[in-house]
Design a protein around this ligand. Structure first.
Ligand code: XMP
Length: 514
């Protein structure tokens, strides 16, 4: 995007690196995460207004400690080092860092000794969030200490003429009082950024860019009905209208009425060119007798690629492939340490799209975090049913049917699943819950209905909260809702006579059962 200020964040592997990037963007300044060893020339090309060195798990004296290239300090860019980033500054400018016996983890009281620069307009003391074992023992020449805690005389450092600052604590986490202001002080007072990176500006410029890139050619885009592919398709549609062809693959493993809903929304309402590839039988045929979860995934991924390729070959003049790749996926692939900042799993992305399509990629969401994608979707008029949809795995119900997948078992699970969702929505819990769904178990149990003994299927119910799917906790659903869901499934879904609730957290369990 032209006319925007950029802040570069050098990633040293902190679990909070992405959070720093998001906080900066929340202040309407564009931020970009790059590997810690980025060269000075590359930085010059990007021309950022300032640089933030993230935290990280290492110690500067570790043999393989990740350190930035020395030349970046000659660029005269404002710098803020966070936690490990502050120790890097101390170490590389000739000071001394030492392991402490009094490690400070969690909350600490911060006393500000100089409220210029990053601490402007802040009170004399604040609660801050610490998480590191090392501390600054000797300041480098030209630096002063600008804050302390009771355990640590140097909790923040500054070289004001050079516009270089370091903080031992984490301003990006919510537990640090006024942390957002410390960051905005760095952005606006120290770096001289202006708050001008907004979603509508981003949208306008991206749409223009897509239009220029595509020219008079045609774009093919896979549309699943999930947030990412929907927003990507809508952006491309806004740019080139009917020269976008979306392919929706109905693999027969979807929730009840899902295919219909996608068709109504995108073909009916938004008037997109939508090709619905009916491939239910092909998938079911290949899944016959397959019980191993990873094999299911491989087959589904492989068949998806084939169906997609066949459908896209029918589109004349297709030159580009639109994809809803998000920023966290891009960061992961360049993350230097493969460490905790690279949190997005790849093991699920088996199969993917066919490699031999020979189409150039268009990825309008490559620079965005999920919440930013939702904001763009809102601008584009997408309904909450799409934007706030709970995540649904690519292999669909196949990994929620333990054991063999067949039409009969799919139908049972679809009916049970629909009732779970209906009741969760009725209770107003749908948007607070990360995922709520049913699993069909490979066992039959005895029951009694009327005067008759039954021997039918058991269904498990799984409701979890999570912020990114990496960790999760089971939801303490009120008994009345559990009762309602259980009653409805057992009474209304033929073939089920028992419902159990999954009370496992992730880790050590996973969210899906397969
Ligand atoms: P787990 O089961 O690993 O799931 O705790 C974490 C998140 O990933 C989703 N998931 C998948 N998504 N293909 C996908 O597209 C898959 O094979 C897959 N397996 C799990 C799961 O729904 C949860 O949100």
């Amino acid at each position: 995007m032209k006319n925007k200020d950029i802040i570069l964040i050098l990633d040293f592997g902190s679990q909070y690196t992405q959070l720093i990037a998001r906080r900066v963007r929340e202040s309407k300044v564009f931020s970009k995460i790059v590997p810690y060893n980025i060269s000075a020339e590359e930085i010059v090309k990007i021309n950022p207004k300032g640089i933030i060195l993230s935290g990280g798990p290492a110690s500067v004296y570790d043999e393989d400690a990740p350190l930035p290239r020395k030349e970046i300090f000659k660029l005269n860019k404002p710098i803020l080092g966070v936690c490990y980033g502050m120790q890097i500054l101390t170490h590389m400018f000739g000071g001394k860092v030492k392991e402490t016996t009094d490690r400070e983890y969690g909350r600490a009281e911060l006393f500000i000794d100089n409220n210029k620069g990053i601490f402007e307009s802040l009170p004399g003391n604040l609660t801050c969030w610490m998480s590191h074992g090392d501390e600054v023992k000797k300041l480098p020449v030209g630096f002063t200490s600008i804050a302390h805690t009771l355990n640590n005389p140097v909790a923040a450092i500054a070289n004001r003429p050079k516009k270089i600052y370091g903080v031992q604590f984490h301003p990006e986490v919510v537990h640090t009082q006024r942390g957002a202001q410390i960051l905005t002080n760095f952005l606006f007072q120290v770096c001289g950024c202006l708050p001008r990176w907004t979603m509508d500006k981003f949208l306008n410029e991206s749409v223009k860019e897509i239009r220029e890139t595509v020219g008079d050619k045609t774009v093919v885009c896979g549309l699943s009905g999930g947030v990412d592919s929907s927003v990507a398709a809508m952006m491309i549609h806004q740019a080139i209208g009917k020269r976008l062809y979306c392919i929706f693959v109905d693999n027969g493993l979807l929730r009840k009425n899902e295919a219909l809903a996608v068709e109504r929304t995108f073909k009916g309402h938004f008037k997109l060119n939508l090709i619905c590839a009916q491939a239910q039988n092909r998938f079911l045929q290949r899944l016959k007798n397959i019980t191993d979860p990873e094999q299911k995934r491989r087959i589904i991924g492989d068949e998806f690629a084939k169906v997609f390729e066949e459908a896209s070959k029918k589109i004349k003049g297709a030159a580009f492939l639109g994809q809803g790749t998000l920023y966290p996926d891009v960061i992961e692939s360049i993350s230097p340490l493969g460490g905790p900042s690279a949190t997005i799993k790849t093991h699920h992305n088996v199969g993917g799209l066919p490699k031999n399509l020979k189409l150039k990629l268009i990825e309008p969401l490559r620079d965005l975090f999920k919440d930013e994608v939702r904001a763009i979707g809102k601008h584009l008029g997408l309904p909450d049913t799409v934007l706030k949809r709970q995540p649904f795995p690519g292999p669909g119900l196949a990994i929620r049917i333990i054991g063999e997948v067949n039409e009969e078992r799919l139908n049972i699970l679809r009916e049970a699943d629909e009732r779970v969702l209906e009741e969760i929505k009725k209770a107003g819990l749908y948007n607070d819950i990360w995922q709520s769904f049913a699993i069909l178990l490979p066992i039959k149990t005895v029951g009694v209905m009327g005067d008759k003994r039954t021997y039918e299927n058991a269904v498990a119910l799984r409701c979890v909260t999570s912020s990114d799917g990496m960790t999760a906790d089971w939801v303490k659903l009120p008994y009345e809702i559990l009762t309602k869901i259980s009653n409805r499934i057992i009474n209304e879904v033929a073939g089920v006579n028992r419902v159990v609730y999954d009370i496992s957290s992730k880790p050590p369990s996973t969210i899906e059962w397969e």
